[in-house]
Design a protein around this ligand. Structure first.
Ligand SMILES: [Zn+2]
Length: 264
């Protein structure tokens, strides 16, 4: 290569612009409930969210200082279920691939069905009807199931169907049906199943079939989401980032969606 050609190649290399994500082109939707004393946990949870003040106020040095400690079971509030939650060979939360939780997403809306039947479960027919309108759901997609249940938060009895401490046998809220979950996980190859109720299995479930089949394919879950009414059916991206707890079966999570501004 001549000196001139080499110089031209170098200029070309260094002057090629690297464009980052232009966030201004997106509407950012928070899919996360705040953690506080009203945060809803499973009825059998031994404890709830605790925020303990360590310091708050003016210091002798003249500056303000505040700090807290926090304590929470993994599975409460807006959180992530790692595959190891229901599969001994599933990934713990720190090993979940970031490509699985930062991914294109779809919103399947069954809020009308759930309003008529609180024990409603997503059906295969619902998934196929969605695909007829919006195209086949691609592998690696994050599926968000909108039931409308986040509007009941944080009223525990309205949200869970029962508020008896320690008793998980009388719960009632919508979720995924096992056949629909099997279609999404095993045939479509989706990366994560999300929902705006307390569990991807409906409240009456006693065998957690959806958790078990999802975990067997190393598919995690996003539970107690909110803001799904602000999302289009398709064409957006979800960032669902759980706290990186080494060996954890799940973790509190901040989930957001980036929706292109031209859509809806
Ligand atoms: Zn969970």
């Amino acid at each position: 290569m001549s000196r001139i050609a080499l110089a031209a190649a170098l200029v070309l290399t260094v002057s090629t612009p690297v464009s980052g994500l232009d966030v201004s082109e997106y509407r950012i939707v928070d899919l996360t409930h705040a953690y506080n004393a009203q945060t809803i946990y499973w009825p059998t949870s031994p404890s709830r969210f605790e925020l303990t003040e360590l310091a708050y106020g003016e210091t002798p040095g003249g500056w303000f200082y505040s700090a807290y400690s926090l304590c929470t079971p993994e599975h409460g509030g807006t959180h992530f279920d790692a595959p190891v939650h229901f599969s001994a060979s599933g990934a713990p939360v720190h090993e979940v691939a970031l490509e699985d939780v930062i991914a294109p997403a779809v919103t399947i809306d069954v809020s009308a069905q759930a309003a008529a039947d609180p024990d409603y479960r997503l059906t295969v027919e619902d998934v196929l009807a969605f695909e007829t309108r919006h195209g086949e759901i691609e592998g690696g997609t994050i599926v968000l199931l909108r039931t409308g249940w986040s509007e009941r938060w944080p009223d525990t009895s309205a949200y869970m169907g029962d508020d008896t401490p320690g008793d998980a046998t009388r719960l009632s809220f919508p979720g995924y049906g096992a056949d629909a979950a099997r279609l999404l996980v095993e045939q479509r190859g989706v990366s994560v199943l999300g929902i705006d109720s307390a569990s991807i299995d409906y409240g009456r479930s006693q065998d957690f079939a959806v958790h078990v089949l999802a975990a067997a394919s190393n598919v995690g879950a996003l539970e107690n989401l909110t803001g799904l009414d602000r999302l289009p059916p398709a064409g957006f991206t979800v960032f669902a980032l759980p706290m990186k707890i080494e060996g954890g079966s799940g973790a509190p999570m901040r989930a957001v969606a980036l929706v292109p501004r031209e859509s809806r």
